[in-house]
Design a protein around this ligand. Structure first.
Ligand SMILES: Cc1ncc(C[n+]2csc(CCOP(=O)(O)OP(=O)(O)O)c2C)c(N)n1
Length: 560
């Protein structure tokens, strides 16, 4: 077999080594300088390729896939602003500890700083937001670089998985000389063949493996009637639930925790409507990972009792600055270090309160005539086998409050952006079946370009169309800001069904929430992407939210 040209050899080695480390999915945005890598990915039988035009969307697609699979996923971009468009997803992956591997193609260094076309300084473009960044110079025919390329990839994957720190995004910037297609003469440039071996280790072994010792929880000498709040983090949900169960401690589980298949408390946002009811006060609070969107949990995490925060990677999750102990440890092992409650009274009180609150909230929503965000979220509850991807703003809050039984909720809570949502959902859907993506209209529109892809995927988008950003109705701007509608709500006056049609997606408009479940089910059964638009009046929505809080106050009055 003739030897490939240097750029092709380099690209094949990088792709082969990535695959040996478990990478099986790459999101490619079209470009010329990245051609060698794009072709090498496409030619590798073990790697699935997706093509997404907009790099910002592409990287969110990779991020969504990484969230769903908990494995490193690659996004590939060409040089210039293409790469700069990765920044929002880098920010999210940094905060969410997601192993995103961003690969950019670069021009050879001699073209830098001399006005060459599409050439920018790409080195360390993401600053400290990536765990590691590495520049790889262009391949040379006579330089044996196989080990260098393979060990760079080994280190990139290891760093993305948390070697030497926490998991997160990494950046590989790879320079290529032409030809970047697999020929010796592309009609413009001729290349000598690359003259050295390009094989990896025998038996499909990676070049280098990284090892990690798991941190072990410490016994703190604390115990009593504790309470566990579980948010986002790196842990086994079952282990955490069982460890709390051995202590007879109640578990308050956020929608994204993965614990909502167990007997956990899910109505805390409404139980805590006016602070912590006296009968529900614990002696100790353990918070696992990063808590969800309900700021009312703060009334528990700032109670003047021992406050233990635990995260496997040592994230400093302490927004109220009240934690007495911040532990880098395995959460379940940490819980095993506490002494159990003297009785199960606190556990029973919380579970009773939760059941009473859930039934009151359900009754309230059933009595509503017009569709609202909370009612739409509640209608998503029966789809507990599906993956639910919830957008920032009110959708994730409504899911947190009104979807009680679900194993799998995905949301970009690292930085809570409304950007990249469509792509995150498509990425997550690429690894799961029965994906339902719940968004506000602005989130959906913000990343509609994510639908410009070779294959969109099986997702049912459920979009609450309240004509802009409904969240702002709940904030002080609604009362105190001039030009409130234009500056904050940002009405778009677009027909979302027609937007969907422009991207070749079918759309349904559902005006009665009672019909929503059947519509979603039939669209899931049919497969393929679809948009379900639910028109919501902001005033009615606000009235329902206030009514739910009134109901909650009445229920809480019965607790003490
Ligand atoms: C990238 C980004 N830009 C702006 C914001 C600020 N922001 C938060 S919520 C919101 C409105 C979202 O509207 P929509 O998606 O329709 O959801 P709704 O508020 O109606 O639930 C905006 C602009 C953000 N979080 N992220």
């Amino acid at each position: 077999m003739t030897q490939p040209n240097p750029s092709t050899a380099q690209a094949r080695v990088i792709v082969d080594e990535l695959h040996r480390h478990g990478v099986d999915y790459v999101v490619i945005s079209p470009g010329s300088r990245s051609a060698a890598l794009a072709i090498a990915f496409e030619e590798h039988a073990g790697v699935e390729t997706r093509v997404v035009l907009d790099e910002r969307s592409a990287a969110f697609h990779a991020l969504g896939r990484s969230r769903a699979t908990q494995t490193p996923v690659v996004a590939l971009a060409t040089s210039g602003t293409a790469l700069a468009n990765y920044l929002p997803s880098v920010v999210e992956a940094d905060l969410s500890l997601l192993p995103l591997i961003l690969i950019s193609a670069d021009r050879p260094p001699d073209l830098l700083h001399v006005g060459a076309n599409q050439t920018i300084d790409q080195a360390r473009i993401f600053g400290e937001k990536v765990r590691w960044s590495c520049g790889i110079p262009p391949a040379e025919p006579d330089r044996d670089s196989n080990g260098y390329w393979r060990s760079s990839v080994s280190q990139a994957v290891a760093r993305a998985r948390g070697h030497g720190g926490r998991p997160g995004p990494v950046h590989l910037n790879v320079a290529f000389r032409e030809p970047t297609v697999p020929v010796s003469d592309d009609g413009r440039t001729r290349a000598e063949p690359y003259r050295h071996p390009i094989e990896g280790r025998p038996g499909e072994e990676p070049w280098q493996r990284h090892q990690q010792a798991r941190p072990v929880g410490a016994a703190l000498g604390l115990g009593g009637r504790g309470l566990v709040i579980v948010g986002d983090g790196d842990f086994d949900p079952k282990d955490v639930f069982e460890a709390a169960g051995r202590l007879d401690w109640p578990v308050l589980a956020t929608a994204t925790s993965g614990l909502r298949v167990f007997d956990v408390v899910t109505t805390y946002h409404h139980v805590l409507v006016t602070g912590v009811p006296t009968s529900l006060e614990p002696d100790l609070v353990v918070t696992v990972g990063r808590t969800g969107p309900s700021d009312r949990l703060g009334s528990l995490t700032s109670l003047p009792v021992p406050q233990v925060q635990v995260d496997r990677w040592g994230a400093w999750n302490d927004p109220r600055r009240h934690s007495s102990h911040l532990l880098q440890a395995d959460p379940a092992q940490t819980l095993d270090g506490f002494s159990p409650a003297p009785d199960d009274r606190l556990l029973r009180s919380w579970l009773r309160a939760d059941a009473a609150m859930r039934s009151a909230l359900d009754d309230h929503l059933s009595a509503d005539e017009t569709p609202t965000g909370p009612a739409v979220a509640r209608a998503l509850d029966p789809f507990d086998q599906a993956t639910l991807i919830a957008a920032s703003s009110m959708p994730i809050r409504d899911v947190d409050a009104h979807v009680a039984n679900t194993a799998r909720v995905i949301a970009n809570r690292g930085a809570s952006g409304i950007d990249g949502f469509v792509s995150t959902a498509l990425g997550a859907a690429s690894a799961t079946t029965g994906a339902v993506a719940f968004a506000g209209d602005l989130s959906f529109l913000h990343d509609a370009t994510g639908l410009v892809a070779d294959e969109v995927g099986d997702v049912v988008f459920v979009v609450v169309d309240n004509g802009g950003g409904g969240l702002f109705d709940l904030l002080p701007q609604a009362e105190h800001a001039p030009s409130f509608e234009r500056l904050f709500v940002a009405p778009h006056n677009l027909d979302l069904s027609r937007v969907a049609a422009a991207y070749n997606l079918g759309a349904s408009v559902v005006e009665d929430v009672d019909d929503l479940g059947a519509t979603i089910k039939s669209r899931l059964d049919a497969g393929g992407p679809h948009v379900v638009v639910v028109p919501v009046e902001r005033e009615a929505d606000l009235k329902t939210r206030r009514g739910l809080d009134d109901t909650s106050r009445a229920v809480c009055a019965t607790f003490n």
